[in-house]
Write a new protein. Structure first.
Length: 232
């Protein structure tokens, strides 16, 4: 993949074509999910990154054979819905209560000396509320509509798909932006000298949660949603 070809694609399209590139973008703090509509040139200019070095890294990855099962675009839409539910939805639902507990606890214990933890706890509470409803809506409304349309090709299911996706992209923007803000607020989950074990566990879980959310939102925004919108 040469430079000219790269500049013709968005970040999200690049990761959709080769999921291995997600690791490169993660290491360079490039948003490939909610911010995936930007080009490589745009993100390099915004973040003052060396585009030539990034292109070299990308080409090295592209030169190695891909592992079977990594091409999510080749999966059937209904199977991708089930995969997202069984993998990412389950992880979010299991982790949200833990993070609600940990973020509130470190805010209560360390908030006097680290007021950013109080802001973090309030914001994560909003993330918890938003994502809990979002996942429920996907599992009870959007994903069943996609599966129903695949079998019946009915107008009502297609209307539901279109309207739900339009709203859910905005909800992704909120969750992704909120986690990005938390990362910056905590200096990318850097532990202060007076941190305790709970503090360390909370930050580790937050970092893992953000990593999973990036992949989760990427699979929906850049692969599932476009495929569902193009069903006919």
């Amino acid at each position: 993949m040469e430079t000219d070809n790269l500049t013709a694609l968005t970040i999200g399209e690049m990761v959709a074509q080769d999921f291995r590139l997600a690791e490169i973008f993660k290491n360079n703090r490039i948003d490939f999910c909610c911010g995936g509509k930007k080009s490589l040139t745009e993100v390099c200019e915004e973040s003052n990154l060396n585009q030539q070095l990034l292109v070299r890294e990308i080409n090295l990855i592209k030169a190695t054979p891909t592992k079977p099962g990594q091409d999510f675009r080749s999966w059937k839409v209904d199977f991708l819905c089930d995969y997202i539910c069984n993998t990412h939805h389950q992880y979010v639902l299991q982790t949200l209560p833990q993070l609600m507990t940990y973020t509130q606890k470190i805010a209560d214990v360390h908030g006097d000396h680290h007021p950013e933890l109080i802001e973090l706890a309030v914001l994560f509470s909003k993330i918890n509320e938003e994502l809990s409803q979002h996942l429920k809506q996907e599992e009870e409304v959007l994903f069943p509509a996609i599966k129903h349309f695949l079998t019946h090709k009915d107008t009502l299911s297609k209307e539901i798909i279109d309207s739900e996706i339009a709203r859910m992209v905005g909800e992704h923007d909120f969750a992704g932006g909120a986690m990005d803000y938390i990362s910056k607020l905590t200096q990318h989950y850097k532990l202060p000298e007076d941190s305790c074990n709970t503090y360390a566990v909370a930050f580790k879980l937050l970092e893992q949660f953000e990593d999973d959310l990036h992949i989760h939102v990427h699979l929906e925004n850049n692969i599932l949603y476009p495929a569902a919108l193009n069903l006919n």
